[in-house]
Design a protein around this ligand. Structure first.
Ligand code: FE2
Ligand code: FE2
Length: 280
């Protein structure tokens, strides 16, 4: 299985340069082209939230206009900038967001790794939570298939990144409970999040948790006492998660890469079929 994770596309009004510099729609278009050029291509593209900067039907239709060019199926998770009602209006009941009810959470069952998509949004504020209702839902979903390798995906990372310019961590409520819950379900191979606009990895809940890179404007790795949050001109990127049957001596596991998106010089081939083809 090849799972591409995109995050924090922050689609804005057409023609807008966010912070005077960033055309997030153009960045998404380049990202779509990068993903479609993958060989082999992904089995699924998972968006871990902040689809638009100001969630609305118009912004989600603009996102869909670009993202529907993806040749792989797409699944969406809401972020703090998203609007549940507008997301439902545009994507509800489709394979992109097959959900009803209070929270936009659901399970993707048709991949070798089961993906439990959570809704960590608190409407109107940046921080996230998993309340008791959402934790109970997650516990029930994980109890349904204890023998299937599983990814738990949500927008807000449940860990502190060390970036002092942002709030302490994305998931301000329910993180301790989530940690304990995951320790009871050892089939969880990864927690995937977004929100912090940088690829970051740590241990959490007896498994590995990571935040994926953004396709729009990365946040700087600012760790000093001044507590400054910068957006930086590093390239957008995607995460590519491979489920490999022979990943480790113990067997199958999830192996994750970060792939920057941009126009690079043509690659220089060193080896072909294991044979050196370049004179040094
Ligand atoms: Fe974001
Ligand atoms: Fe966010």
């Amino acid at each position: 299985m090849i799972l591409v994770q995109i995050s924090d596309t922050h689609i804005d009004a057409p023609g807008t340069l966010v912070y005077g510099h960033f055309d997030t729609s153009e960045a998404l278009s380049r990202t779509v082209a990068t993903i479609n050029a993958m060989d082999p291509g992904p089995d699924l593209v998972l968006h871990t939230g902040d689809i638009a900067s100001h969630g609305s039907v118009a912004r989600y239709e603009a996102f869909r206009h670009i993202a529907e060019k993806l040749t792989a199926p797409v699944a969406l998770i809401p972020g703090n900038h998203d609007d549940r009602d507008a997301l439902r209006a545009v994507f509800g009941g489709t394979p992109w967001l097959p959900t009803t009810g209070d929270f936009l959470h659901y399970v993707i069952e048709d991949q070798p790794v089961r993906i439990v998509c959570c809704d960590s949004v608190i409407a109107g504020i940046a921080a996230g939570e998993l309340c008791s209702d959402r934790l109970d839902w997650l516990d029930a979903r994980l109890s349904e298939a204890p023998d299937r390798p599983t990814i738990v995906a949500l927008h807000h990372p449940p860990f502190y990144t060390g970036m002092t310019g942002t709030s302490a961590k994305g998931l301000v409520q329910g993180g301790g409970e989530l940690d304990q819950l995951l320790r009871r379900h050892d089939q969880v191979v990864r927690v995937l999040a977004g929100h912090v606009h940088r690829p970051i990895t740590t241990s959490f809940g007896g498994t590995i948790a990571s935040a994926g890179p953004t396709t729009c404007y990365p946040f700087g790795l600012d760790m000093g006492p001044e507590r400054v949050l910068n957006v930086v001109h590093e390239p957008p990127a995607i995460a590519v998660h491979l489920w490999l049957e022979d990943a480790t001596p113990a067997g199958a596991d999830l192996v994750s890469h970060v792939q920057p998106v941009g126009d690079w010089d043509a690659p220089i081939t060193l080896l072909r079929e294991g044979v050196n083809v370049l004179e040094s």
